[in-house]
Design a protein around this ligand. Sequence first.
Ligand code: GLC
Length: 418
Amino acid sequence: MSEAQALDDRARKILRDNDRGGHTVPTDRLYPYQWNWDSAFAAFGFSTFDIDRAWTEFDTLFSGQWANGMVPHILFHQPDDDYFPGPDVWCTHAAVPSSGISQPPVAATLARKTYERDPVIGRQRIRILYDKFLAWHQWFNNHRCESGAAAITHPWEAGRDNAPDWDAAMVAIDPSGVAPYTRRDTGHVDPSMRPTKYDYDRYIALVQFGRDQGWDEDKILKDSPFRVADPTTTFTLLRAHRDLKWLGDQLGENTEIIDGWISDLAQGAEILWNADLKSYDSRDLRSGNFANSLSNASFLSWYAGVEDGRSLATLVELLKKVKYGVPSFSPDSAKFDARRYWRGPVWAIMNTLIAMGLGEAGHHEIATRLRLDTAELIKLNGFAEYYDPYDGTPAGGGTFTWTAAVWLGWASPTAKEV
Ligand code: GLC
């Protein structure tokens, strides 16, 4: 058996082991529930060897959809003391206990890839899910796109929890009402690889704020101290709209409404272009200020179908600074921290999305570098949550679902891309 086949076996085993019966946890203990975008990646991984199980992952994800269309970032299918903040802190009163915010909508894109692996089964399964997807995308359009770009109401909504993108905006959050609490994450992982207490206090304060508003989106929009337009959400949503339209076309649906969302968001994304940084950037919607954050999310523009060449040189320069691209934050910044979560480490899933976009736009050389970098990280250091971009040291949790999934669907030499 070749090295690649042995790794394929390990990756499939990780997905099976992290399967809790219809939904996949990101990794045992550290993340014991169903996370939204992790789940979509899990489906992408399953689609390479068990197409039914892949679609079931989307079914369970949408089982937690709210009446207003929102698909939560965490579904608490069963109680578990290994994670804080749990359902008692969020108090969302949803049919499936859940958080009160969403996460980057990669699901339609990865559902399309799952469909393309087996169009006969895909057609049957997406038929049942299509209206649910549409309602979720409509929710984003109604409740997150008021600036033209897509915004987040909590750092966790961008999936890049402690990115420097939020540092300035976080200053406006008052954590004085947060009662003492015990973090669980730092009991599972070296605290130097996790967000700081300063950040955590503010994450919890924002959860309490949403809870006090009864998770009413209009009240949150009006009064929340935190609202940031962000490249992860904007570009994944724009891409997801395009793929949802494609899926709707397969079903013979009228997709005009999606055309409108696509053109609005493609124009709106321009507010994230930071000419000084020569890159897309996050933007605090309360102050109007750019975050001045050169992150891996900055390079999701090609994935979104936005090809203007402006940030290609910035990416090429950034890649010269590390051994394994793309770092989650620029090493030129004083805030760079090679092992702390979204402030420096490299993430296999982000490489996958960035490279998919680059490849589709014809930038094959860089796309290939990212695929080979990712494959080498996994070969040398296993299926980690994230890695040090200088020496590849594995960081965060191990046996990680989405790292195994993108190995199977994209990074493995045996991967057959769809
Ligand atoms: C962290 C990540 C987030 C991910 C979750 C589960 O919170 O920042 O993107 O979805 O872990 O893996």
